[in-house]
Design a protein around this ligand. Structure first.
Ligand code: SF4
Length: 287
């Protein structure tokens, strides 16, 4: 009853996953392998109903529900509201419903529509900002520019959603390292999401970025350059009560705190590591 592969954010590890759409409607980012093997598809109302009722036979009282795949908000508002009602009726114990969200899907909806969706039960949105730099966003074929990213994030927050934004460390390569750090800090600061996660770029097999790397068109940061980039990014962040995590398996150094309250402490720790002789990064590289 699921079309594989299925993805969810690390923080949704214990959530019941309900697959509402399949794939990603964009599916063109050069670094992304997630939905390369499946075509984007909107499931019919009947398929979704059948899926929910099948899940109900296995999962009686989930506390958290994650709606898959890549961008559930691309659904027409009325259809999404009906699905949320069905989910609430079938799983009344669910305290939180979340999903990935595409910036363009958020921008396309009116604030009124977004508020209605929020009130119907969708509470937390995960938005892959990836980079705040127009140069990097364009190089990676993200299909969204800096201004659209800020507009989407601000609109989601204003409409009452909890918002979790993600940046990929190293996505500008060596050439755009500083620009990526500064512009990403600018975008995250302008949005001021509830959560901000920093992952590190791991080049996956079968992506266009793997080809760029092989052809010498893209240059990965060294672990020390990743530290430098993280320092510049954090130094330029201006946030209020934003929960920050860099504790993904890809990260060289685990970090956690609240921004800006913990900014100085985090930067000091990174600088100390960078300048020490015994910096041994966690390494997880596919290539
Ligand atoms: S990064 Fe997100 S928007 Fe880009 S192809 Fe992957 S799932 Fe789609």
């Amino acid at each position: 009853m699921y079309t594989q592969p299925l993805y969810r954010p690390p923080s949704e590890a214990r959530s019941l996953i309900i697959q509402i759409t399949e794939g990603c409607s964009h599916n063109k980012c050069r670094f992304c392998y997630m939905y390369k093997c499946k075509d984007f598809r909107l499931k019919s109302k009947e398929e979704i109903t059948e899926h929910i009722e099948w899940l109900k036979t296995y999962y009686k009282d989930p506390e958290r529900i994650f709606l898959a795949d890549g961008n559930v908000l691309c659904l027409k508002t009325e259809k999404l509201l009906n699905i949320l009602k069905k989910i609430k009726d079938e799983f009344p114990t669910a305290k939180r419903i979340s999903s990935y969200s595409g910036p363009k899907d958020i921008v396309r909806k009116s604030e009124e529509e977004l508020k209605t969706i929020r009130e119907a039960g969708l509470e937390l949105l995960y938005m892959g900002v990836e980079s705040g730099s127009n140069k990097v966003l364009s190089m990676m074929n993200k299909g969204v520019n800096q201004q659209e990213m800020i507009e989407a994030g601000q609109k989601a927050v204003k409409s009452g959603f909890k918002l979790s934004c993600m940046i990929i460390s190293g996505l500008g390569g060596v050439e755009l390292m500083e620009e990526h750090a500064i512009e990403s800090a600018k975008v995250i600061s302008a949005i001021n999401p509830h959560y901000f996660s920093l992952l590190r770029l791991v080049v996956e097999k079968g992506t266009e970025l793997e080809e760029d790397l092989k052809q010498g068109k893209f240059h990965l940061l060294t672990p020390l350059q990743v530290l430098d980039e993280n320092i510049i990014m954090l130094e330029n962040m201006e946030l209020t009560n934003c929960i920050f995590r860099a504790n993904h398996v890809s990260n060289h150094v685990n970090q956690a705190g609240t921004l800006n309250q913990d900014k100085d402490k985090l930067v000091t720790k990174l600088k100390k590591l960078r300048d020490s002789d015994d910096f041994t990064p966690n390494t997880f590289d596919v290539l």
